[in-house]
Ligand binder design. Structure first.
Ligand code: SF4
Ligand code: SF4
Length: 90
């Protein structure tokens, strides 16, 4: 059932030249899946300290979409295990 709901949501995602991917930083776990599927080199991984008062981790990774090379293909949205990527109007 959850899969059916998810498929329906994904089918409604906007895409194409009028759309661009955008990463919700707080949901990104830096897993690199989006950079692997992006054929257009439109995603960069950057390093940032973790924002938690109970954990000290120097090298926390996050993804960032580069607007210009992004073609709006949505592959990264489908690949992201934490649903951290949205498609927004360009
Ligand atoms: S929508 Fe496509 S081109 Fe844009 S960042 Fe995601 S995978 Fe790359
Ligand atoms: S696939 Fe999702 S969680 Fe993994 S690095 Fe990309 S945006 Fe972050």
């Amino acid at each position: 059932m959850m899969n059916a709901v998810k498929s329906e949501e994904r089918a409604k995602l906007k895409g194409g030249p009028e759309a661009v991917a955008w990463v919700k930083e707080e949901l990104c776990i830096g897993c690199d899946q989006c950079t692997i599927v992006c054929d257009d080199d439109a995603i960069e991984i950057y390093h940032t300290p973790i924002k938690s008062p109970i954990m000290i981790v120097d090298n926390n990774k996050k993804a960032k979409v580069l607007r210009d090379p992004c073609t709006g293909c949505k592959l990264c949205v489908l690949a992201c295990p934490t649903d951290a990527i949205l498609m927004i109007d360009r």
